[in-house]
Design a protein around this ligand. Structure first.
Ligand code: HEC
Length: 178
């Protein structure tokens, strides 16, 4: 009987990739992330900051579980290690599930502006352009001779490339703050 239980849990471990990730809850993980102070250095969404997490992001796309687990338990650099006495394996697995559940932000280049009527395209581009940092760019593609949004006051657009290998050939447009 004992052997059977061991075999079953060994199988479960193989299926889930590790022990701790079993039945982890992203919702509980969010609470544990706040409760254990991770958010203070890593931001509530694990987005991190130069000031408090040396620019490291925890999400989206967290480190593989084993690396993540090992780091949190035994780091001896600028982050304090969390032993099992302070933070249980279960809570850490929940935190991991929470970080895994954080969606990727949309890539501004992938917003299909041409699918929208012109006034709405302008609205999107104006909003994006306001958030452009100095030197930042918004990349857009089109299959026609014109940029998806004609330049307005505040930003300029240049044709950066024509990708002939694409079918149909695609124009690459770069918007910058003017
Ligand atoms: C006092 C600030 C602080 C707190 C609190 C904190 N961290 Fe960190 N964490 C850091 C810093 C700074 C780094 C950058 C790596 C280093 O230590 O060299 C880091 C790195 C990490 C990394 C490695 C990321 C990578 O890509 O290498 C993980 C994983 C991590 N933290 C998880 C957590 C979790 C989970 C918690 C809460 C249980 C937490 N941290 C709490 C400051 C903090």
């Amino acid at each position: 009987m004992q052997l059977r239980v061991t075999l079953v849990s060994a199988l479960l471990m193989t299926l889930t990739g590790s022990t701790g990730v079993l039945a982890a809850s992203a919702e509980q993980g969010k609470k544990a992330f706040i409760h254990n102070g991770c958010w203070q250095c890593h931001g509530t969404m694990g987005q991190g900051s130069i000031m408090t997490s040396s620019g490291k992001r925890l999400a989206p796309d967290p480190l593989p579980w084993e690396t993540f687990y090992g780091f949190v338990r035994s780091t001896n650099r600028s982050m304090p290690p969390y032993s099992e006495k302070i933070l249980s394996d279960g809570d850490l697995a929940d935190i991991y599930a929470y970080l895994q559940s954080i969606p990727k932000p949309p890539n501004s280049a992938s917003i299909p502006l041409l699918n929208h009527p012109v006034p709405r395209r302008r609205g999107y581009m104006d909003a994006l352009a306001k958030r452009l940092t100095p030197g930042g760019v918004i990349i857009q593609f089109s299959y026609g001779p014109h940029a998806p949004v004609a330049p307005q006051s505040g930003y300029a657009v240049t044709r950066a490339d024509l990708v002939l290998a694409n079918i149909p050939p695609a124009q690459v447009w770069v918007y910058r703050k003017a």
